[in-house]
Design a protein around this ligand. Structure first.
Ligand code: AMP
Ligand code: MG
Length: 345
């Protein structure tokens, strides 16, 4: 009798320890780029995961320091100072390639994504960690900046030597660097042996592998209401980036001024509540989500096509949803949506 109990107990232990060794969800949160970065992995190597997250933290803190548009003495701050003085600056290979990508996306988006408008973004008060207060800038101030038309086409590269023909160019990578960095994070996790992961910065995310037997499934926040508007399964290597005018804004006398600026008018975007893009290139998806918010409910399909995108969802300020056919075929709405418009292929 006694030996039967021992065998049963031993069997139970073997089963339990077997369970212990299987892959499980591991989770850690970092504070980077002024937001919380949630890193989740499905792995049987918690120690390796913790080590990878420590490495990621170092990488992200460095990117935050070097690519900050207005704080500290990082590379981008130094570059903007040089360009304002009419001088060229030799930048790192990484910043050089980041800026060249940004330049291409600016051109492809007809400059609706325009990271050269740092001065305008600063004028609206978004070069601050706190939400800006008080009245919006005066029209004359906005026009004074607009007439110089700072653009990424003013910027040229000789190797990693960056120069500009327009001293009003001030680069702000706020619409682009996060997506680029999320992609890098996934690559770095993979390199360190973490193959199934999701890296999520406030709803903007990239994934690798799967969540066990199933793909990673994520929710896209409703830009006008509460909770999730739609969920979507995200495949290995894909990123989902959303630009929303609810994220940061200035409020004065009951009017909200969003942090996404239309570079043509100098005023914040008003008719789009959010734009979501899925792509395997995080930087492209990020730049595009911003550009499509600016493009608005009529022009977005043209800009999406020019940027080579097939998976887009736009929600306008009335809650009307616009989808590409490929996006429609993969999302599931989680709330009642009154009107959905699907573009033709
Ligand atoms: P996102 O949330 O990706 O749309 O990025 C918004 C941030 O990008 C803002 O906080 C600004 O720093 C910057 N930004 C605003 N408007 C534009 C624009 N039209 N093109 C490029 N960057 C922009
Ligand atoms: Mg963006």
């Amino acid at each position: 009798m006694y030996w039967i109990v021992r065998v049963l107990l031993l069997g139970l232990l073997v089963i339990l320890s077997g369970c212990d060794k299987g892959p499980q969800d591991q989770r850690q949160t970092l504070l980077v780029f002024g937001t919380l970065l949630d890193i989740q992995a499905y792995t049987d190597q918690p120690e390796l995961f913790n080590e990878a997250v420590r490495e990621l933290d170092k990488t992200f803190q460095k990117m935050h320091r070097e690519w900050h548009a207005w704080q500290g003495e990082g590379e981008l701050v130094r570059l903007n100072r040089a360009l304002a003085d009419g001088e060229a600056l030799q930048v790192s290979a990484e910043l050089g390639s980041l800026l060249q990508q940004a330049r291409q996306y600016a051109i492809d988006s007809e400059h609706l994504f325009n990271p050269a408008i740092g001065q305008l973004i600063g004028l609206w008060g978004f070069h601050s960690d706190q939400p800006p207060g008080g009245p919006p800038p005066r029209k004359v101030e906005i026009e004074a900046l607009l007439k110089h038309n700072p653009s990424m086409e003013d910027v040229s590269f000789q190797g990693h030597l960056v120069s500009s023909t327009n001293s009003m160019v001030a680069m702000d990578l706020g619409a682009f660097a996060k997506g680029y960095a999320l992609n890098l994070a996934i690559d770095e996790l993979k390199r360190m042996g973490i193959e199934n992961a999701i890296v999520n910065a406030g709803g903007d995310l990239c994934v690798s592998g799967q969540h066990g037997e199933r793909p990673w499934v994520i929710g896209i926040r409703h830009p006008l209401g509460e909770g999730v508007i739609a969920s979507v399964g995200v495949a290995d290597g894909e990123c989902v980036l959303t630009s929303g005018n609810y994220e940061r804004y200035r409020e004065f006398e009951g009017v909200r001024y969003a942090h996404i600026i239309d570079p043509r008018s100098g005023y914040p975007v008003a008719h789009v509540a959010s734009a979501t893009v899925i792509s395997t290139q995080g930087g492209l998806a990020d730049a595009a989500a911003t550009a499509l918010s600016v493009a608005g409910p009529v022009d977005w399909p043209r800009i999406a096509a020019k940027m080579g995108l097939t998976q887009v969802m736009l929600v306008d300020d009335q809650g009307k949803v616009y989808l590409t056919p490929q996006m429609q075929s993969r999302i599931s709405f989680q709330q009642q949506v009154d009107e959905v418009v699907v573009t033709v292929d």
